[in-house]
Design a protein around this ligand. Structure first.
Ligand SMILES: CC(C)(COP(=O)(O)OP(=O)(O)OC[C@H]1O[C@@H](n2cnc3c(N)ncnc32)[C@H](O)[C@@H]1OP(=O)(O)O)[C@@H](O)C(=O)NCCC(=O)NCCS
Length: 214
């Protein structure tokens, strides 16, 4: 990753859909980090973004013209009583991992969720995924437990860890959750690190055979 151009974080928009699709499909094809078996089509992300970003933050990390990664939140459970909980997700392009981008992007997502009034963020992490587990630990998540042999992909069973992060104390009654803010591109500082390229971004066990376009 070039150090000369600024890295920024901003809200996602429709023009990002192709890059999001490309990044996501890399992990569908090559990794257990995403237990999906079929490639995403851009139209699917367009719909998710349009619907999801009305209620939850959808964020992009970008350097110059290159989209480095995305993070977003979504419904944890559609029942109204769960309205203060949200499920969070983050994916970076493989070459952007291990350089602090994930920490900054995810922290911004958690800050925006806190601003909106969510009280709990929940992440499901396929195990093993040392990069994602380290990121979640670093950003204040706690491992609640693991679902054993929860998904079968790439010729093996995968456990799925349930991770929880408290965003705000749960008041009685809880305040209504507000709509997300639009974030203009804001430059972030990345701490120098010697980890770039030093480890795989996730517990890579690919390539996956049999994944096809949907
Ligand atoms: C998980 C991911 C978002 C982390 O973002 P990142 O930019 O690579 O993470 P950072 O560089 O900010 O590092 C965050 C922490 O994780 C650690 N870390 C990152 N990758 C690691 C790896 N492969 N193994 C062990 N630790 C790792 C870093 O050392 C750092 O901890 P520290 O500051 O205590 O040293 C990114 O690696 C990624 O997109 N991975 C593939 C997709 C994925 O697994 N997404 C999550 C699905 S649940």
């Amino acid at each position: 990753m070039s150090q000369s151009e600024k890295t920024v974080i901003r809200s996602a928009h429709e023009d990002d859909v192709d890059a999001i699709t490309r990044i996501a499909n890399h992990y569908v094809l090559n990794s257990g980090a995403n237990l999906r078996l079929q490639l995403y089509e851009p139209e699917e992300w367009s719909k998710l973004l349009a619907q999801g970003s009305a209620q939850y933050p959808w964020l992009i990390a970008q350097q110059g013209p290159r989209i480095l990664g995305y993070a977003y939140a979504a419904s944890w459970n559609a029942r109204e009583a769960y309205a203060w909980s949200t499920e969070t997700t983050i994916y970076l392009a493989a070459e952007a991992a291990g350089q602090g981008v994930g920490t900054r992007l995810y922290q911004t997502l958690l800050d925006e969720l806190t601003y909106q009034g969510f009280t709990t963020a929940i992440a499901k992490i396929t195990s093993p995924n040392p990069g994602s587990e380290a990121l979640h630990r670093k950003t204040g998540f706690t491992l609640i437990g693991k679902l054993a042999d929860n998904g079968f992909k790439n010729g093996r069973w995968w456990d799925v860890g349930i991770w929880q992060r408290t965003l705000a104390s749960a008041t009685v009654p809880p305040k209504p959750v507000t709509t997300p803010r639009v974030l203009e591109a804001t430059a972030i500082d990345l701490l120098p690190t010697d980890k770039s390229g030093g480890f795989q971004p996730d517990g890579w066990h690919g390539p996956l055979t049999g994944a096809t376009g949907s």
